[in-house]
Design a binder for this molecule. Structure first.
Ligand code: PLP
Length: 382
């Protein structure tokens, strides 16, 4: 099997699972219990909070553990608009993940005004277009650090500086960026940053929200008051411990890791470009080290992915959360991918575990699948 779907979910880091395992088996205590086992679990959660804070340049009391990127994005959006959404405006982009876009649409139903900023044809959102959309009613600007479909890296430091200057809260969905590019919450002037564990070597169902000290926070889950009253529910000690180790490990080795993966990415892009009637979607330069997004003219992307699977290649046609729905990608639409290419997209996302041999083998399989599908009118499986 050749796994090229690391942006959907990455392999679990063995150091993370090893650290977490004792809290699944031997120590199953509740971190809020005051007996010895409970206190041990609490200390492990505290240590993980410190690891997460250090990896992001934050303070431990600015880290709130959640069930993942989706919850963190929702918590940031609804915290920022507070109790009176009628009075406020959210500025965000057309290419955000559905976890932001659908939270924002929900806020819109409560009376919030929403400005959706378009990226350029390369998938980059300009600082000027964000600045121009901010007005006196704007409560929040939400811009992802890197896009999950086309891997484009947004100028979040500059956008953060504008938000700070204009007194507007700034949320960054860093789910795809953490571990691939440096994310320092102070450097980017963020008030909120979302992180998901399963993209960086932790477990599914675990993540965090960084919220700057004094940034507004309104809980969405009410109960026993865990996470300083912001996110009730017994802490997912195993997931949290794994997240702490995973984020520490991935951010410590960011440069070396990114260089290795980028070499594979460039090899993959170069080879795929030799397939006739293909195009790279998204910027060639402002791009995550592990992201390759190609479209093949006249091909149905989902059919291509199913055919690649028959030959042992795991890939996506859009992002995993949008795949399976027979819709055209909102990201590819936003960057004006031509009609005869838009349904034929293939997202291949690499990790440090992939090899040159795998890349070469995958290209051969993709080339023959594309040729065969074209012979069959682009849609019929083998
Ligand atoms: N934001 C981005 C950019 C993502 O890529 C994803 C997952 O694909 C999410 C948010 C949601 O994260 P989770 O799967 O942890 O809910």
């Amino acid at each position: 099997m050749i796994y090229l779907d690391n942006a959907a979910s990455a392999p679990v880091n063995p150091k993370a699972s090893e650290a977490a395992m004792p809290f699944l088996t031997g120590n199953y205590a509740n971190p809020s219990s005051i007996h010895t086992l409970g206190r041990e679990a609490y200390l492990a959660v505290t240590a993980a909070r410190e690891q997460c804070a250090a990896a992001l340049g934050a303070r431990p009391d600015e880290i709130y553990f959640t069930s993942g990127g989706t919850e963190s994005d929702n918590l940031a959006v609804f915290s920022a608009i507070g109790n009176n959404p009628r009075k406020c405006k959210i500025v965000t982009t057309e290419i955000e993940h559905p976890a932001v876009l659908n939270a924002v649409h929900q806020a819109e139903k409560s009376g919030c005004e929403v400005a959706l900023i378009s990226p350029d044809k390369n998938g980059i959102v300009s600082v000027e277009s964000i600045a121009a959309a901010i007005d006196d009613n704007t409560a929040l600007v939400s811009v992802m650090a890197a896009n999950n479909e086309i891997g484009t890296i947004q100028p979040i430091s500059d956008i953060g500086a504008i938000c700070r200057e204009r007194g507007v809260l700034f949320h960054v969905d860093a789910v795809q960026a953490v571990g691939n590019i440096p994310i320092d919450v102070r450097e980017i002037n963020a008030d909120y940053v979302s992180v998901s564990a399963h993209k960086i070597g932790g477990f599914k169902g675990s993540g965090l929200l960084f919220a700057r000290k004094n940034a507004p926070l309104s809980p969405m889950v009410f109960g026993g008051g865990q996470e300083r009253g912001i996110r009730s529910g017994t802490e997912n000690a195993t997931g949290i411990v794994a997240l702490g180790v995973a984020i520490e490990d991935i951010t410590a080795n960011i440069k070396k890791r990114a260089e290795k993966i980028a070499r594979l990415r460039d090899l993959l892009i170069g080879e795929l470009e030799t397939i006739p009637d293909s195009r790279l979607n998204g910027s060639r330069t402002e791009r995550l080290c592990g992201n390759v997004n190609f479209s093949f003219k006249g091909i149905d992307g989902e059919t291509l992915v199913l055919n690649l699977d028959l030959f042992g290649v795991c890939a996506s046609s859009a992002s995993a959360c949008c795949a399976g729905k027979q819709t055209v990608s909102h990201v590819l639409r936003a960057i004006d991918v031509p009609d005869d290419y838009i349904r034929g997209s293939l997202r291949l996302t690499l990790s440090e575990h992939n090899t040159e041999k795998e890349v070469t083998a995958a290209v051969g399989i993709i080339r023959s699948c594309v040729e065969r599908l074209r012979e069959n009118n682009g849609t019929k499986p083998f």
